[in-house]
Ligand binder design. Sequence first.
Ligand SMILES: [Zn+2]
Length: 361
Amino acid sequence: MINQDRLLNTFLDLVKIDSPFGEEGEVARYAAGRLRGLGFEVHTDKMHNVYGYLPGVGEPILLNAHLDGVDPCRGIKPQVSADGVIRSDGNTILGADDRSGVAAILEAAHVVTGEKLDHLPIEIVFTVREERGLHGAKSLDYARIRAKQALAVDGGGPNNIFVIAAPSQNGIQAAIFGKAAHAGAAPEAGINAIRVVSEAIAQMPLGRLDDETTSNIGVIRGGTASNIVPDRVEITGEVRSHSERKLQQYTKQIIDEIEHAAAAAKAQTDIQVTRSYPAFRLRKSSTLVKRVAAATKALGEEAEFVVAGGGSDANIFNAHGIQTLIVSTGMMNVHTTEEYVSVADMMRCADILISVLTNGL
Ligand SMILES: [Zn+2]
């Protein structure tokens, strides 16, 4: 049986350990220690990614969650309400993204080992540096990983909704070089890089472009003073799509607008496109989807499988040939100081994990 207090205390322990992006050492030691205590064979790599393995019967399954959080995430003071909802004190995020996933996985591992249930071989991977580029998942030692199926416990919303498809993303970084001049004395000698980039952005396809594609310019930086024609502006943006063709098409359109506006003003450009992560889409007929549907049904609930708009470690696992879908912990309003999660939802999440680990043997 799931132990509500143990699960809650695990979660509270986890969020009280500061673990901003790139500083996951302490929380990784905590999670690794807990897995060792349950009899897992544990390995931690240089980046502090944690790998755990527990032998079982059948094909191994991997459970994943990430250890890092987004700012503001130092000194989190979790508050538990009478109805079992956990929030921060309002000054920081809560860190349910994704330590509610870590807590649910640890609880599932506790139950399976403590009650000596028959189970699949369990592989657990807690990744670091997920939030800004999935760096932990990208740098894992995949030779070490045995599972071909995985559950990334990093979703929000109702526990019976599972994400089986996510888009790919291109990151776009562009620098536009104009020419500096005195804005009062000799404006005609200058090339205004801010104007060039403004004209380009005004023409770009941005926002929700169709039912499977979005794009955004999220950062603009440039200029030095009101009396200087600015000679340099940098912008950062992205395109996401479930369609590879549209991803490339809109990325190209955005680049073309920058080059077009720059050429018209005789400005120079330096544009870089980086592939942040590839898309994935699991078939409803795949073994993993069927397995999760059956495990959810065994708990008396009907699983729903949906398409999501974000990138996560699941994109990277899928790209490495590990079929991965995303399980919800019930976390809400993530990446804000209003983030919350309920103990009841984390318990349901742990129940689903246990059901997957112990059913269909
Ligand atoms: Zn997350």
